[in-house]
Design a protein around this ligand. Structure first.
Ligand SMILES: Nc1nc2c(ncn2[C@@H]2O[C@H](COP(=O)(O)OP(=O)(O)O)[C@@H](O)[C@H]2O)c(=O)[nH]1
Ligand SMILES: [Mg+2]
Length: 349
């Protein structure tokens, strides 16, 4: 998962380390700094240069451990540019790539840095901070939210056709069961032939009730019935499926808007596939602008090497990624954890 992006991030780390070792001035203590300021005669400068050139690798390495180095904009220009290009190639959205490189520059440039570890360690730390900043957007405790909400909690799943909405509903039903919540499914995809059979199979496998109407019926009416059923049977959560495709995208948005009015969902979750990269990010933005979402599920992360959608979608919508879909089985659903994601991207898990 996300291997290619992970490789590119790790080459940024080694680029910065290399640049720092080649270019940054080791500053061993403040006494020396003061001497340097007063010694500005050309002869002394030459002597300094000779002394610098003389610094053995071992001594330099030691000064990185115990001393301090200063990285400036010029040192970082190359590595940051390469990183930005690498992120764009990995389908990271432009504004998100910029937010990450800006943050890295802020973290790394400027004041003298105490080098507790090798420079790579500092780049690593900065990269971790920058990635966390874009991934942590709006995270909330999903189970706590369900626990404290009035029941039944209605969760509507939106997104285009084929991205994994119905499969995700089945996985979330399993997840809820494992966390002590019961659920009913409601099939608001009355548009596609075969949609009811597909979700019924999941409902039967998972032993969850399914509310459905005939094909061509009003989705809002099905979801309303799902909510009524849940109230009458004391069921915690209604998992509401929707159609991903109508004649026009305006039709789709109108339908979601009507669902919003009729069942007043507690959570609207946007589902898209991680493998769709920039397209997934663009759709997330469009859906969110039309019908505000509360979070996203990124499916097919198991098949995604680029990682761009996973990096970008929270930042672009301002709403968190809640789950990653990692396969076709009911248990292939991971609660999204920004720290774990960063560890994975930085090769630490
Ligand atoms: N590899 C993989 N396949 C998935 C995942 N989620 C869904 N799929 C597959 O994607 C296809 C479309 O899923 P479906 O739930 O019908 O999409 P919908 O049209 O949005 O409801 C199915 O073949 C699913 O098995 C996932 O996380 N990983
Ligand atoms: Mg479906």
């Amino acid at each position: 998962m996300f291997d290619r992006l992970s490789e590119k991030l790790s080459s940024f780390r080694s680029d910065v380390e290399e640049t720092a070792e080649e270019q940054a001035e080791p500053v061993e203590d403040s006494a020396e700094e003061e001497t340097e300021e007063t010694e500005d005669a050309p002869a002394d400068e030459a002597a300094d240069a000779a002394e610098d050139a003389d610094l053995s690798l071992g001594r330099r390495a030691k000064s990185f451990v115990t001393g301090r180095v200063v990285l400036d904009e010029n040192d970082l220009e190359g590595p940051l540019w390469d990183l930005e290009m690498a992120m764009l190639e990995s389908d990271v959205e432009m504004s998100v790539a910029e937010a990450i490189t800006d943050r890295l520059e802020q973290e790394l440039v400027g004041e003298t840095r105490t080098m507790l570890e090798r420079t790579g360690g500092v780049a690593d730390e900065a990269l971790r901070e920058a990635l966390l900043e874009v991934l942590q957007v709006g995270q909330f405790d999903f189970e706590e939210r369900l626990r404290t909400a009035d029941k039944p909690v209605v969760i509507v799943f939106t997104g285009v056709n084929g991205v994994g909405k119905t499969t995700s509903i089945a996985k979330v039903a399993r997840y809820l069961d494992h966390h002590g919540f019961d659920a009913v499914m409601a099939n608001g995809d009355t548009y596609r032939a075969g949609a009811t059979e597909q979700i019924r199979e999941h409902a039967d496998n998972l032993e969850v009730e399914l509310i459905s109407h005939d094909q061509g019926g009003d989705p809002a009416a099905v979801l309303y019935d799902g909510k009524e059923y849940a109230s009458a049977h004391d069921i915690d959560v209604v998992l509401a499926d929707t159609a991903g495709r109508l004649h026009t995208s305006q039709g789709l948005m109108d339908q979601l808007e009507k669902i919003g009015r009729v069942v007043d969902p507690d959570l609207t979750i946007f589902v898209d596939e991680a493998v769709a990269g920039q397209d997934a990010v663009r759709r997330a933005r469009e859906f969110h602008e039309a019908i505000p979402i509360d979070g996203s599920i990124l499916t097919k992360a198991d098949a995604d090497t680029k990682g761009g959608a996973a990096i970008s979608i929270a930042h672009v919508t301002g709403k968190p990624i809640l789950f990653l879909g990692t396969g076709q089985g009911y248990d292939d659903l991971e609660r999204f954890d920004p720290e774990d994601m960063v560890d994975r991207l930085l090769g630490e898990s």
